[in-house]
Write a protein that binds this ligand. Structure first.
Ligand code: ZN
Ligand code: ZN
Length: 363
């Protein structure tokens, strides 16, 4: 990604100029990583018209040498990074109107900006870098494809250990180990293993509940490679043949997912994409039980732009990577969700995960 940094910073600079700003202070770490390649957990980036400056601390002194491209002026600060930022901005006294990332700046940081940089007019900026990140370059797509493949392999290794009497937490532990030994850098979110009625909780916390015969078992987990996340959900029936209702609900979720995969393309709105699956579920009277949106962008963060939701009227960008994850949840009964990862093209989509959405009974 190092060779992409220059082009990315240039695009930020163009957008900064369009907004009549003299520069942008980038504090959101995924945005910092996207623009510089820096993988550490503390650093500030200042993009000015004529210069880009990256400030970090002693812990990252060694790694910045290999991560940050030479065209970015890098300083390893041994005292307070914000104090150093103040001097840097003083040196660039023509930078009077600067953007800051309002979505990721805390109230404390916001007042610090006013307090120590009184001469600067701070303008809240939302989603400037995030919007650039939404459309992926081929290397980014490949990283997510490999992460999704890693998810499939870890799941395949885990399934033989799933059965009646096993606890959710045991399955999560096994799965997480399989993800890590295959090279996943970290779990991009808390692994969800939810069984029986707990599968009705879309964001269930994995518990010590033991699986009972005939339970639905929902696994939602991710992998991360080169910083890029994949996100996969599969739902199984364990220890018995599926009941009529389990089959009906599963088939409906699967049909909704297939309809979305067949109809989605770049250029349509997030709302229209969401409706591809929603109308299938609504047509059978289950609309009220599909209470979340169809999907979200994937990248350096597991939830990022664009959103496939009723609230998003904007066209979906070409080469955005998103999840397609319809679900039906009924309190006391359980839930079914099927989630795959795709990349959007103008003519349709390409699957990055395995798309194994057939019902499986684990006996
Ligand atoms: Zn997920
Ligand atoms: Zn997801």
């Amino acid at each position: 990604m190092r060779d992409r940094a220059e082009e990315r910073v240039r695009r930020v600079r163009d957008r900064v100029a369009e907004r009549d700003l003299d520069g942008l202070l980038v504090t959101q770490l995924a945005n910092v990583r996207y623009l510089t390649g820096f993988t550490g957990s503390a650093g500030l980036l200042v993009v000015l018209h004529h210069e880009t400056i990256f400030l970090t601390d002693f812990r990252y002194e060694i790694q910045v040498g290999s991560e940050i491209p030479s065209e970015i002026r890098t300083e390893v600060v041994r005292a307070d990074t914000w104090d150093r930022l103040k001097s840097v901005l003083k040196e660039n006294s023509s930078a009077r109107r600067l953007g800051f990332e309002s979505g990721s700046t805390t109230v404390v940081e916001r007042s610090k900006l006013t307090e120590i940089f009184a001469a600067v007019d701070w303008v809240p900026v939302e989603d400037l870098v995030e919007d650039l990140r939404a459309s992926k370059c081929p290397e980014e797509v490949e990283s997510i494809r490999r992460a999704a493949q890693l998810c499939s392999e870890a799941l395949e290794a885990t399934l033989p250990t799933v059965g009646v009497g096993r606890r959710e937490i045991d399955i999560a532990a096994y799965l997480e180990r399989e993800l890590r030994v295959r090279g996943s850098e970290w779990h991009p979110f808390q692994t969800i293993v939810a069984s029986g009625p707990r599968a009705a909780l879309p964001h269930a916390r994995t518990s010590e509940r033991a699986i009972a015969a005939g339970d639905l078992l929902l696994l939602d987990f991710g992998a991360q490679l080169d910083g890029y996340c994949a996100d996969l959900t599969r739902t199984y029936v364990v220890g018995a043949r599926a009941t009529e209702k389990q089959k009906i609900v599963y088939d409906l979720v699967r049909t909704a997912q297939l309809n979305a995969l067949a109809g989605i393309r770049a250029g349509m709105s997030g709302r229209d994409a969401d409706s591809l699956a929603r109308k299938v579920i609504e047509s059978q009277g289950y609309g009220e039980l599909f209470g979340h949106s169809l999907g979200h962008g994937l990248g350096l963060e597991v939830h990022e732009a664009p959103r496939l939701s009723k609230a998003n009227d904007s066209p979906l960008p070409e080469n955005a990577v998103v999840t397609i994850e319809p679900g039906i949840y009924q309190a006391g009964w359980g839930g079914v969700r099927i989630e795959d990862d795709i990349v959007l093209r103008s003519e349709g989509c390409e699957l990055l995960s395995d798309g194994n959405n057939e019902m499986v009974e684990i006996m």
